[in-house]
Design a protein around this ligand. Structure first.
Ligand code: BV8
Length: 230
């Protein structure tokens, strides 16, 4: 079986009811990116930023994994550590579908980060009126997500996985945000075959050997069936 790296974006969670970023009613529609997804924005108005992420964390209870998440969890059962799922998403739908090997390169809604000691704490519920960090007793908590201008998580693991994969598959991402948007070129440069599964051509569509356009909830289960039964 091939060594596979799968990159997912907001499009894989769209059919679960999680708004994407750039589509008509996208998340950013309601807010200016620089106001809610930058360290500067958090410094200027922490209340607004906490309300933005508290609302998204609260909405997790109203959504469920869809057939695309479930198909990737099934693929993990078959490929084991020959499959690496890298996600730009901060929701927990991959894990709730049964995936255990997921690298959240942009962080997670269900995690808090202490501004003083850097400790991470699993977090449920609103963070707006959170008490000081339970670990150092003083630090204020921030959402454990990677904002614009910040270094993404797990970059060394991701670079290694891209260098060693036979197949790179991108699911539900517009290819507008770096360094994630550069992964297809990096995988291809290492000789990997590249496949795009997306509702519409992404900004990096030209880098893919093959592109299939449609709903992830249909495309991903049929691709997984094809891979495991070939
Ligand atoms: C960094 C967390 C240095 C918070 C997010 C090079 C060139 C230009 C700019 C840069 C560059 N390098 C860096 C930059 C700056 C910046 C950047 O890329 N800016 C862009 C806007 C130009 N990048 C950074 O600041 C990054 N940090 O570079 O540090 C560094 C780099 C490397 C190594 C060391 C240091 C940090 C960026 C992370 C920001 N945080 N999220 C939060 O979620 O609130 S980004 C956020 O937006 C998401 O995580 C995701 O990454 C991005 C949204 O994109 P998508 O997920 O693709 O969603 P989108 O709505 O755009 O598209 C959905 C797609 O799905 C569409 O194509 C649609 O057709 C499709 N779709 C919809 N429904 C379905 C579907 N497909 C299938 N089925 C469906 N049902």
């Amino acid at each position: 079986m091939p060594k596979v790296v799968v990159l997912t974006g907001a499009g894989i969670s769209a059919e679960s009811g999680v708004p994407t970023f750039r589509d008509a009613d996208g998340l950013w529609e309601g807010h200016r990116v620089e106001d809610v997804a930058t360290p500067e924005g958090f410094h200027t108005d922490p209340q607004l930023v906490h309300q933005f992420y508290d609302a998204r964390r609260g909405a997790l209870a109203t959504v469920e994994p869809n057939p695309a998440h479930l198909a990737l969890a099934e693929l993990e059962q078959r490929l084991g550590d020959d499959l690496t799922v890298v996600t730009q998403n901060i929701d927990d739908l991959h894990e709730r579908a049964g995936s255990s090997r997921v690298l959240h390169m942009h962080g997670e809604l269900r995690s808090a980060l202490c501004l003083r000691c850097g400790h991470r704490i699993r977090w449920e519920g609103p963070m707006l009126d959170a008490p000081p960090c339970e670990w150092c007793g003083e630090g204020r908590l921030r959402p454990d997500v990677v904002w614009f201008g910040e270094v993404p998580y797990y970059m060394d693991d991701i670079i290694d996985a891209l260098a060693g994969c036979d197949l790179f598959v991108s699911i539900g991402t517009s290819g507008a945000v770096y360094p994630a948007a550069g992964f297809v070129a990096r995988a291809r440069a290492h000789g990997a075959r590249t496949l795009e599964l997306n509702l519409a051509p992404s900004e990096g569509t030209g880098f893919f050997h093959e592109s299939r356009h449609g709903l992830a909830g249909l495309l991903v289960p049929s691709w997984v069936a094809e891979l495991v039964h070939r």
